[in-house]
Design a protein around this ligand. Structure first.
Ligand code: NAP
Length: 314
């Protein structure tokens, strides 16, 4: 199967790229191995995406983007891409069902939660250790939970958890939060929340499920036990770059380096959204990246029209 543009990943960046690409008249396929919408589908409330006076869920927002993309003729293919290569100017992606070719590829593979890598974390995942407050928060009604991290995700999700839990501890390794000031202020004002500063989790303990966290204070080296029923880990994100890590220039964190046209170091291959090196990972910046990437891909296809057609005819 031959496309003008193949987009890998159907989060906000991929959906936006799909809308711009298909609306521009390009034959466009979006591949998604999991759920359409990406990481943001688990966000309970999005209140900073322009155009919606009332907050809406990540699922609702991305579903709207999906429907809009479909209206313009994007083909959604729910297959996992297991390999990606280049043959001259042509790009080839491979799934268990076969090979697909395209003139241009836009990488929108996003990112996934970083783990703490402490004893007990793996053992108790699903039994008190969670990376998704939206999914598991309601299980902790009137219970005590901890959130690890001090960024926007940690504090927003901790605030969400106060709807259910009777007490929410935030464990942060420094003495000031990284989260935006407006979110911090809400946290400081919430009577159910308590921040444990300068501390890290050394171990997650329990019999059959999480019962306590062993904390160490980084300033005093004091070790203490904190009794909790669950712990939510929000210590940042890592790039989904396995498909192309050896072939494309990445930064030291493994995120894709692009120019302002979203072009990677491979001609005709673009990257958009959380997978890119960027200062602000938000739905609004992901959709912006997607639009620019699709526009750039279209321009590149037009500029290389003759060479692409010769290769296609081979
Ligand atoms: P983040 O901003 O990278 O924050 C990660 C937090 O985890 C930091 O506070 C960091 O501490 C801490 N941390 C990292 N490794 C740790 C470890 N091994 N042990 C303990 N703590 C550790 O990640 P994020 O909160 O997931 O956000 C990712 C991106 O999405 C950001 O750009 C964020 O602005 C954006 N986001 C925005 C919103 C919103 O605007 N509504 C909501 C969610 C996410 P240090 O502070 O000491 O480094």
């Amino acid at each position: 199967m031959y496309y003008d543009v193949i987009i890998i990943g159907a989060g906000p960046a991929g959906l936006s790229a799909g809308i711009y690409s298909a609306r521009g008249g390009l034959k466009t396929a979006v591949f998604e191995k999991a759920i359409v919408g990406g990481q943001i589908t688990v966000a309970d409330e999005i209140e900073n995406y322009p155009g919606f006076e009332e907050a809406l869920s990540g699922f609702e927002l991305t579903q709207k983007m999906h429907d809009q993309a479909e209206r313009f003729g994007v083909e959604f293919i729910d297959e996992e891409i297991i390999a990606m290569g280049v043959d001259g100017l042509c790009k080839i992606v491979e799934t268990d069902s076969g090979k697909y070719r395209a003139k241009s590829v836009i990488l929108c593979t996003g990112a996934y939660p970083r783990k703490l890598n402490v004893p007990g974390e793996e053992r108790f995942t699903g039994r008190g250790v969670s990376y998704c407050a939206t999914c598991d928060g309601a299980l902790y009604r009137d219970k005590i939970v901890a959130v690890v991290g001090g960024g926007d995700s940690a504090i927003e999700e901790a605030l969400f958890l106060t709807r259910f839990a009777k007490k929410v501890y935030v464990i942060h390794r420094r003495d000031e939060l990284r989260a935006q000031k407006i979110i911090q202020e809400r946290a400081f004002a919430n009577p159910k929340m308590e921040i444990i500063w300068d501390s890290v989790v050394q171990q997650i303990k329990g019999e059959n499920r999480v019962e306590s966290l062993e904390l160490v204070n980084r300033k005093t080296n004091e070790v203490s036990d904190l009794e909790v029923d669950g712990v939510f880990i929000y210590v940042g994100i890592l790039p989904n770059n396995k498909l192309f890590e050896s072939r494309i220039e990445l930064d030291s964190g493994g995120f894709v380096i692009t120019d302002e046209h979203m072009h990677t170091t491979i001609p005709g291959v673009y990257a958009a959204g959380d997978i890119r090196t960027k200062v602000l990972r938000q739905v609004v910046t992901a959709t912006s990246d997607g639009a620019i990437a699709a526009w750039s891909a279209e321009k590149w296809i037009i500029e290389n029209h003759d060479a692409l057609e010769v290769e296609r005819a081979k």
